[in-house]
Design a protein around this ligand. Sequence first.
Ligand code: AMP
Ligand code: ZN
Length: 492
Amino acid sequence: MRVYNTLTKNKETLKPLKDKLIRMYSCGPTVYDYAHLGHFRAYVFVDTLKRVIKYNKYKLKHVMNITDVGHLTSDADTGEDKMEKGAKREGKTVWEIAEFYTKDFFDAMEKLNVEKADVICKATDHIKEMAEMVQKIIDNGYAYVISDGIYFDTSKLKDYGKLAGFNPEELKAGARVEFNEEKKNPTDFALWKFTAKDQKRQMEWENEFYFKPDDLDLSKIVLYERENPNIKFEKTKTKFKLTVKGFPGWHIECSAMSIKYLGKIFDIHTGGIDHIPVHHTNEIAQSEAALKKESVKIWMHNEFVLVDNQKMSKSLQNFYTMHDILSKGFDPLSLRYLFLTAHYRSKLNFTWESLKAAENAYKSLKEKIAIFDLNGKVRKNIIKEYMKKFIDYINDDLNTPYAISLLWSAIKDDKLNDKEKYEIAIEFDKVFGLKLKDVRKQIPNDIIELAEKRLKARKQKKWKEADELREKINQLGYIIQDTEDGYKIFKA
Ligand code: AMP
Ligand code: ZN
C-alpha cells in the first residue's frame, strides 16, 4: 500500500513502525458551529484511508481530537477564541456549545457511515498534558514570554517549516502572517495564551510554568505582571515561576494528545491542506522541540471542497451542512459517493447538480444490486482479475475514482453473472462504505406503512403531509422514490 506523504512529497510504502499496528492521528473539528461539507470530505477521506489500511490486513489505532478551546479566529494567534465567540452568538455557555456541536458532528458522521475513532479526546480534558509539554519545550530552550503569552521561538529549529517547504528568508520578511511586534520572528506562535486584563473568558485555567533565569527578561516580566492581574511572577532559589490564568494555544493539543495516545513516534497524521503551513508545521515544531526527534512518519492531507472555486468555509459563509443535505431530500451516502468519485488530493468544486448526479449514480447502483439474481455460480478466477485491479487502485494512494469506475465496469460486464457482480460490489464496498449490502435487506413493515400513508396523501394532493412522511422515512434510514404508479423504497 502506497500513500502520498506531504513531508517527503512522495508516494511511500506504508509499513507499520511497530507490530503490524498502524498508529494514526486525525485533527478533529473545532466544535463552535455546524460542520460543513469541507469537514465531511476530510473525515470521509480519513474513513476511506482506515478502510484501505484494514483491507490490507493491518491493525489500526486511530485517535481524533475535538478542539473545544484555544482555536482563535485568526491562525496568527490573534482574534477571539472561536468557542467563546460561538457561545456569545448563541447566549449559551462554551461547554453547552461544545456539547451541542460535538453531538451534531457525530450525528453527521454516522449518516456518512464514518466509523468512530478508537480514541476521541477533547482538548479541555488534557490541559495538564498540554501544560507539561509546554514546560518541556521551555526546559529545552525553545520558548519565550511576551505580554500576551508564552511563544515558540521558531528560529531555534533549523528545519522549521519543512512540511510546507518554507523558505526561511521569505518568512523573515513577514510575508506569511501578520506580525505581532513583540514576537521575535513572524512565524513564532503561541504555546499558551494569558487571559488579557480586561477579558472575560469562560474557559481559563491557572497554570504554573518554570523558567531558567536566563530565559526571561525580568524588566519586562515585572511590567506584564503590573499590567495584567492574570500574570504572577515569583523568584525561587534557582527558577523563575510564572503563575498564569489563561488557555493553551491551538497547536499544542494535537502534539500533546497524539503523543499521549499513540506514543512518541507514530505512523500517520491527517488533516486538510489548510493545516500544512500553520497548524501542522507548528505541531511538528512543538513535538520535535519537546522530544528532540521526529514524531510523525507520514503526513497526509485532503484537498478542499470549493464553492464557486473558493474554499468552503465558515468565514466566507459559503458552506452547507448536513441539515441542508437532508432538508433538500438527499441521502448523505450520495455525498459519500460524490467524495469517492474525486481523488482526495484534488480540489472538489461542490454544486447541488454534482450531488444530484452522484445521487442518481448511487441510486442506480443500488437498484441494480437490489434485483440481482443470486442463484448463479461464482467463478473465482474471473472475480480475481477485478480484485487485483481494485487492490492496485486503492493501494495507489487511495485511487477511489478509478475503483468506483471499476465497479461500474463489473456491473456492466456481460461476461459476469449477477452473483459475481454482487460479490464484487460487496467486496469493494468494504472500502467504499456505501452500505451496498443493505440494499437487499427486507423493508420493515412500519416503513411500508408510512410509505402507503404517503402514497395516499400524494393521491389526495396533501403535499405537506407527503413531505413530512418522506422526511420521517428518511430519518428512519430509508429512501422513498416516487414512480408513475407508486413508489420504490431503499435502505439509505
Ligand atoms: P476545523 O474545524 O476548521 O479545525 O477543520 C476540521 C478539518 O476539516 C480540518 O482537517 C480542515 O483542514 C478540514 N477542512 C476545513 N474546511 C475544508 C474544506 N473546505 N475542504 C476540505 N477540508 C476542509
Ligand atoms: Zn490538530
